[in-house]
Write a protein that binds this ligand. Structure first.
Ligand SMILES: [Zn+2]
Ligand SMILES: [Zn+2]
Length: 342
């Protein structure tokens, strides 16, 4: 604890225990805000305000990136009509470069440069580099391994197959000219659909056999870092990216389908970074970590949903709000499920 380097005073926003683990004072808000009890005006304001449910920096940035990729870094429709190794490889390399640059930004800042020391870090320990449970005994290398050998190939396969379906008109393609408003609404709804889909898939992954075969790979990262976000077994990636299948059924635009896949590929890394926030040069900060998901990695049987639909955990009795009482309840569940000995 004495050895912690805390260049940004985080004591007014949270507390540190004896081990040096930091937790925020504020309980995470139940979202969507103002839904229970239902306050319609506040609910609408929350849905559409800046940093509310839909509109925030991350969504705008990821949508912009999706658009750049669709307009400039995706082969023409004629090419997409037939499976060819060259254009599929191109998509693979494009996706791999995006992931490499994006995750490296967080990893370099937090864990290589240690740009903010342990300020706002949930777990006082940094990443494991001598632990046999990881590939190469190294947590970061383990993450890199699963991201490039499983996440990016499976993401690319879903993307290539979906684009091929669109190009051949095997699935309905809405045009901007005919349905501009509906396409905009679809863009807005993608993160919510993703959260709902993630919740269902995540519950399924905690079913005994699937957990032991597949999801355990992700949970080995009990103290996650940026490369942990997509550190998953191929079976989990196959399920995780089924979020795109909705576009095979509901008429949509290929750019919306790509946005769905980009959201799945880009949203986990900041949240797994292990830090509550990133402090910017001008002293301002941006939220990065999600304490509830950190608690999921720590205690397994809680907080299956992402932050923007954590109301689902509240409804189904698996919500952990960071309090000691919630920890007691989850420890009881762990004992019942024999994850730990009583
Ligand atoms: Zn996770
Ligand atoms: Zn899990």
């Amino acid at each position: 604890m004495e050895n912690l380097n805390i260049p940004h005073d985080d004591s007014s926003d949270g507390i540190r225990n004896k081990r040096g683990d930091w937790k925020p004072n504020a309980k995470p808000p139940l979202t969507p805000l103002h839904l229970f009890p239902f306050r319609p005006i506040k609910f609408l304001i929350y849905l559409f305000s800046w940093n509310g449910f839909f509109l925030n920096f991350y969504h705008i940035f990821w949508i912009a990136l999706t658009m750049v990729c669709w307009f400039f870094l995706t082969p023409p429709v004629e090419t997409l009509k037939t499976f060819q190794l060259d254009w599929i490889s191109f998509l693979f390399i494009r996706n791999a470069v995006i992931i490499l640059v994006y995750i490296s930004f967080y990893h370099y800042h937090f864990y290589v440069k240690k740009g903010q020391g342990s300020s706002y870090k949930y777990n006082s320990r940094f990443l494991d580099n001598n632990n046999p449970k990881f590939w190469f005994k190294n947590q970061t290398k383990d993450g890199v391994f699963w991201v490039f050998l499983s996440a990016v190939p499976i993401w690319t396969a879903y993307e290539a197959f979906t684009l091929w379906l669109y190009a051949n008109k095997y699935i309905p393609w809405m045009t901007w000219e005919s349905y501009p408003l509906i396409i905009v609404v679809m863009f807005i709804l993608v993160p919510t659909w993703r959260s709902f889909h993630f919740y269902l898939v995540h519950r399924l992954l905690h079913w005994g056999p699937l957990y032991r075969i597949a999801h355990i790979v992700h949970h080995r990262h009990s103290n996650p870092g940026p490369w942990s976000g997509l550190a998953m077994h191929p079976i989990e990636h196959l399920l995780y990216y089924t979020c795109v299948i909705i576009h095979w059924i509901i008429p949509s635009h290929p750019m919306v389908a790509m946005w769905n896949l980009f959201h799945a590929s880009l949203s986990p890394h900041a949240g797994h970074g292990g830090f509550d926030r990133i402090i910017l040069k001008n002293g301002k900060w941006m939220s990065t970590g999600t304490y509830p998901h950190y608690l999921h990695h720590k205690y397994f049987e809680c907080n299956y949903a992402g932050d923007d639909l954590n109301i689902l955990d509240k409804i189904f009795g698996t919500y952990h709000d960071g309090t000691d009482e919630a920890t007691k309840l989850v420890m009881e569940r762990l004992k019942q499920k024999k994850y730990i000995n009583s």
